[in-house]
Design a protein around this ligand. Structure first.
Ligand SMILES: [Zn+2]
Length: 545
């Protein structure tokens, strides 16, 4: 009995201490998110998110709200800019000297953890225990990137999530486009908003894209991938992969008890225990990969689909919080690495144009170092037809020496040019490059340049439609040529910050360039490509005459 009384007093004292520290100060009801209110049965609608943002705004003077654009259905896509003191414009941000970190949720509107977690984090950063995250950085959140499809909720949309929450929205946006395949072609309203009004306007050092996986029963709460940008500068990748992510793997385990591992899946057809995991790919159509070509840091976050919703939210919260803890300390260093990458990209063009080759088509290979994979165990058995099958167990095991296929090696390379010329008739291409942030100059007088034309021998279109496109591949060869361009033609000098992205978009053999997405199909067909070779209309030059 006496012991019980002492225990009671201890607990009561602890409670009083917590109260005195202000740690459990109650939130007002409008600051409780929809999942929290519904025992994690529900996810928030667009209107819920907007109400939450309004509630936060009415209580904090450190937040500035703007919109990155409108969805097809006319919804404003909110962008929450958090800074201490408050910042309302990119100029103020620049003057403050603080680096900007950007995190977005709900790119796929069935994967809703990011949307909820960014609301919780807004609450904790602006009004709660995470205020210190604004000491050295500016944080921008886009909690509900895919607004329209979020609200088209239905049960059974994502079977791997086991109806937790019960109803979620649709993956594609309301134009039927996957927003995470749109980074090069920019057909979605959302992508245009992201590139124009976030990346180009605010110039964040880092983009974090929040998702939920679809399948593999690995043993991690969240998996990550850096920007796979093998045509870009290596330093931001090295920093992310060798310094940042290993540090967060440790801190998230310590502070949240969440296991964090590399993104990837395995195939049971290759036997068990598995010997390798495979990531997705390097294409800059994925916004995280494109960040590398923009000399910035990109991080993909994938919550483990099979965990219950509250668990997935907790793991995602831990990952985003620990990323922001890291950047709060190391953000300036990250910004310096990114700035140097930009200078290196420009210097590389100035020094090496016409001399070196860079990859335009890639294949996936394993990293040099193997790793220990955490995963659910499988039990192989031979079925009645004599085939080996696998049954998943409930036990998590560790498999040592697993190969990690998350490196990309060039299989086709092309000479780095000093720049490109486009004829006046290619206005649509010039405009598209400008929308991506590329500086394109309209010639006021003639320029003559030494370079190469690409003689296209064949244009092949995929037999199946992907994202509304029969994707194109050109085969042909480069032939030396000197050409003159006239007033009104377009000139792209590669000595500019986005040179790596320009190269990937304009090289005729690129596996994710403007050719890939059919920007030149009509031109080639008009010129009779099925009967005779046609010259690719973008001229690449090594030297001005
Ligand atoms: Zn996704």
């Amino acid at each position: 009995m006496a012991i019980n009384i002492i225990r009671f007093l201890k607990i009561a004292l602890l409670f009083l201490c917590i109260q005195a520290n202000g740690q459990v100060k109650p939130w007002s009801e409008n600051l409780i998110t929809i999942p929290e209110k519904s025992n994690y049965q529900k996810t928030s609608t667009y209107a819920d998110v907007m109400h939450f943002i309004e509630a936060i705004k009415s209580k904090s003077d450190l937040v500035h709200l703007e919109f990155m654009g409108k969805s097809k259905e006319g919804k404003d896509i909110p962008l929450i800019i958090m800074a201490n003191p408050k910042i309302s414009s990119p100029k103020e941000a620049k003057d403050s000297g603080k680096p900007i970190m950007y995190v977005q949720g709900n790119i796929h509107a069935g994967e809703v953890e990011g949307k909820e977690v960014l609301q919780q984090l807004m609450r904790d950063i602006l009004l709660g225990k995470k205020k210190h995250l604004l000491d050295n950085q500016i944080i921008i959140f886009a909690p509900i990137y895919n607004t329209d499809s979020n609200d088209k909720m239905k049960k059974g949309r994502r079977p791997s999530q086991e109806d937790s929450p019960v109803e979620v929205g649709i993956r594609a946006n309301s134009q039927g486009l996957d927003l995470n395949r749109d980074g090069i072609k920019m057909e979605a309203f959302e992508t245009q908003g992201l590139i124009q009004n976030v990346l180009l306007k605010w110039d964040p050092e880092m983009l974090v894209d929040l998702h939920t996986t679809n399948g593999t029963w690995h043993g991690y709460g969240v998996t990550y991938a850096p920007s796979y940008h093998y045509a870009g500068e290596k330093a931001p990748y090295d920093f992310t992969w060798n310094t940042m992510l290993p540090s967060i793997v440790k801190s998230i385990d310590k502070n949240y008890g969440v296991k964090l591992g590399p993104y990837g899946g395995y195939s049971l057809r290759q036997g068990w225990p598995t010997k390798a995991i495979y990531t997705y790919n390097h294409h800059p159509r994925y916004i995280v990969n494109q960040m590398g070509l923009r000399n910035k840091v990109g991080i993909l976050s994938e919550a483990f689909a099979h965990d219950r919703f509250y668990k997935r939210m907790d793991s995602t919260y831990g990952f985003v919080a620990e990323i922001l803890e890291f950047t709060n300390i190391n953000g300036r260093k990250m910004a310096a690495i990114n700035a140097k990458a930009e200078q290196d990209a420009i210097a590389n063009v100035k020094q090496n144009a016409g001399k070196i080759k860079k990859g335009v088509r890639y294949k996936m290979v394993p990293l040099e170092e193997k790793f220990t994979l955490r995963t659910y165990d499988y039990l192989p058995f031979v079925n009645e037809e004599g085939y080996t099958k696998h049954i998943r167990s409930g036990k998590i095991i560790e498999i040592p020496n697993v190969e990690n296929y998350s490196k990309f090696e060039a299989k086709v390379s092309s000479t780095l040019p000093r720049g490109y010329f486009l004829p006046k008739a290619m206005k649509q291409i010039a405009d598209h490059l400008k929308k991506q942030g590329v500086e394109v100059i309209e010639l006021k007088k003639s320029k003559r340049a030494v370079g190469e034309v690409f003689v296209v021998k064949s244009l092949k279109n995929a037999s199946r439609k992907f994202e509304g496109h029969y994707m194109a591949i050109l085969e042909g060869e480069f032939v030396p040529k000197t050409r003159t361009f006239k007033k009104g033609d377009y000139w792209v000098d590669m000595a500019q910050p986005l040179s790596n992205l320009i190269f990937y978009m304009l090289e005729p053999q690129s596996d994710d360039g403007l050719v890939t997405w059919n920007f030149f199909d009509a031109y080639f067909k008009n010129k009779g490509i099925s009967e005779k070779p046609v010259i690719y209309p973008v001229f690449k030059y090594y030297k001005l005459k």
